[in-house]
Ligand binder design. Structure first.
Ligand code: NAD
Length: 524
């Protein structure tokens, strides 16, 4: 690993004045604050207000009032806001990346790529929203005399709870289709990473989003969560499986819908005919991209026994050569973990594996010389299911190599987990790779890629199966989930039921033969 300590200067755009202006939007009537720090240095950036239950209720009151007007605004005008926002977001991508980097510690490339996500989501739903939200005639039970129309109405105020690993993408991208559909949003970002979503809301308002429509409340999850869920008409949650269960339970009790995008323990299967150089490069991103803090990243790699050694040698050599350090330019290939607390979790997973017999092929240690939360790219061998990292998501730059003898064995090992978020298959024969994909219990499967191909395909729903989630983002359901259906039915003439004085048997005969006729002529 290259070690190049840097004299670090905070990005010029992340001025104290900007940061103070951003957090001024967060209600905090008790005066309590949370110290939001620059990850690379541990220095305090700004005091983030912490919202009380009364503040959260007030945020919903304001959002609800704004939502009524927004829902009454013609869809074309609502969409025009996002057309303008698309340009503004692209023009401000560098400032957004600066904020993402200071608050999350990820490297520059991942930060700039994250800025593209809301823009891609806007682009997709700008093309699709008009059709999805248009009333759809379905026809009624009696031809010509009845009609039924499917009408999509906004749910009201959507509560979004977002994690720290992609704070801008999860805070803003999931709000875009909710807003387009006519909802208001109350967002609870993670305390650590509130700046970039706050800046995104400022940009949306510059594009013409009515003020009050997109609220932000901050605080520790268990403090803010209950009031937020109790006030919301729908909850969009991204985070760990453990928290997802808490959110889902409360949403269920309140009889509101929710979408839960949760954790993973994602496998990569390398087939016999995989290209070595491409596979190694893919695995480097899969294991260490975003410092291993991507829900769809790779924590388990399954290799055919015949190719295990060559892959292992090349992969370890490449991991050891990674440029890991703190910088706000494009130099480093890997940045920091998000916090010292998270570093302790990652270290504990590695220590537990080593204590139970795993071998560290490279890495395995914290790097305080690089910054408070840096951890080395780590490759393990001999990980088993009695180790914490053998079964539980580590969410750091730690990956385990495993050998397999047959493809059946590889599939069984890949599926031997409670999670089912993402899987990656590498091989030259795409037919064979597709056949493996069909056998995997996973909401996303990427062939010859780790995750970007699936995640960037905004027209296809993306979500987890098993304990990795409920529901999906993207695709038609990524917008329709934020709507209720009104079935508007019209009866033009009183033809339902027997006519006054009609013989009952005659009515039954005519109704039953009518059913047969309609089937024959494919009317209903
Ligand atoms: P987390 O579950 O600890 O926190 C996520 C959010 O929920 C934070 O804003 C947190 O403050 C809040 N929260 C915590 N407890 C809460 C409670 N009781 N009520 C309401 N809100 C609460 O997760 P994290 O550590 O911030 O994020 C990492 C996890 O997120 C990983 O498991 C990762 O796989 C997952 N993730 C999943 C996706 C996906 O699309 N499937 C995307 C990104 C991250």
């Amino acid at each position: 690993m290259t070690v190049t300590p840097l004299a670090l200067t905070r990005p010029a755009s992340a001025t104290d004045a900007l940061l103070r202006r951003l957090v001024a939007r967060v209600p905090g009537s008790s005066g309590a604050t949370w110290q939001l720090t620059e990850v690379y240095t541990g220095d305090t950036l700004v005091e983030l207000p912490q919202s009380t239950p009364a503040d959260i209720e007030q945020a919903f009151t304001v959002a609800r009032a704004a939502q009524r007007e927004w829902a009454a605004t013609p869809l074309k005008e609502r969409l025009a806001v996002f057309k303008r926002a698309h340009t503004i977001f692209v023009d401000h991508a560098r400032t957004v990346a600066d904020l993402i980097q200071v608050e999350s510690g990820k490297n520059r490339q991942m930060a700039i790529e994250e800025t593209c996500d809301p823009v891609m989501v806007m682009s997709h739903y700008l093309k699709r929203a008009t059709r999805l939200l248009a009333p759809t005639k379905r026809g009624g039970p009696v031809p010509f005399l009845t009609s039924s129309t499917e009408i999509r109405q906004p749910k009201g105020v959507v509560g979004i709870i977002a994690p720290w690993n992609f704070p801008f993408a999860t805070g803003i991208s999931d709000a875009v289709p909710a807003l387009m559909a006519g909802n208001a949003v109350v967002l609870k970002p993670d305390n650590k990473t509130a700046l970039s979503p706050l800046y995104g809301i400022q940009l949306l308002e510059e594009a013409g989003l009515p003020s009050g429509l997109f609220q932000v409340v901050c605080g520790e999850g268990p403090d803010v969560g209950p009031t937020l869920i109790d006030q919301a008409d729908y909850v969009m949650f991204t985070g760990s499986t453990a928290t997802g269960r808490v959110i889902g339970e409360r949403a269920g009790r309140n009889l509101i819908g929710c979408c839960l995008e949760l954790g993973g323990k994602n496998p990569m299967i390398v087939l016999e005919d995989a290209n070595l150089a491409e596979t190694v490069q893919g695995a480097i991103f899969g294991a260490f991209g975003n410092t291993g803090q991507i829900c769809m990243h790779i924590e388990r790699i399954y290799l055919p026994a015949s190719r295990y050694d060559e892959f292992k040698t090349a992969f370890v050599a490449r991991a050891e050569a990674l440029d890991v350090r703190a910088a706000y330019d494009f130099g480093p290939e890997m940045g920091s973990l998000v916090s010292v607390d998270h570093l302790r979790r990652v270290q504990s997973h590695v220590d537990d594996a080593v204590a139970k017999g795993a071998t560290v092929l490279c890495g395995g240690k914290a790097r305080p010389d690089l910054g408070p939360a840096f951890f080395e790219p780590t490759i393990l061998e001999g990980v088993t299911k009695d180790m914490v990292c053998g079964v539980t998501e580590t969410f750091g730059p730690v990956v385990a190599l495993h050998k397999y003898d047959t493809v059946d064995e590889a599939v069984a090992l890949a599926n031997d987990t409670d999670y089912g978020l993402n899987a990656s298959i590498w091989g030259s024969d795409l037919g064979a790779a597709r056949a493996v994909a069909a056998r995997l219990e996973s909401g996303n499967v990427n062939i010859n890629d780790i995750l970007a191909t699936a995640y960037a395909a905004k027209g296809t729903p993306s979500g987890g199966v098993k304990t990795s989630g409920v529901g999906a983002r993207h695709g038609d359901q990524g917008l329709l989930k934020y709507t209720d259906v009104q079935n508007l039915a019209v009866l033009k003439k009183q033809v339902m039921g027997p006519r006054p004085g009609q013989d009952h048997e005659k009515y039954v005969r005519s109704m039953l033969s009518g059913l047969k006729m309609m089937r024959k002529f494919r009317i209903r």
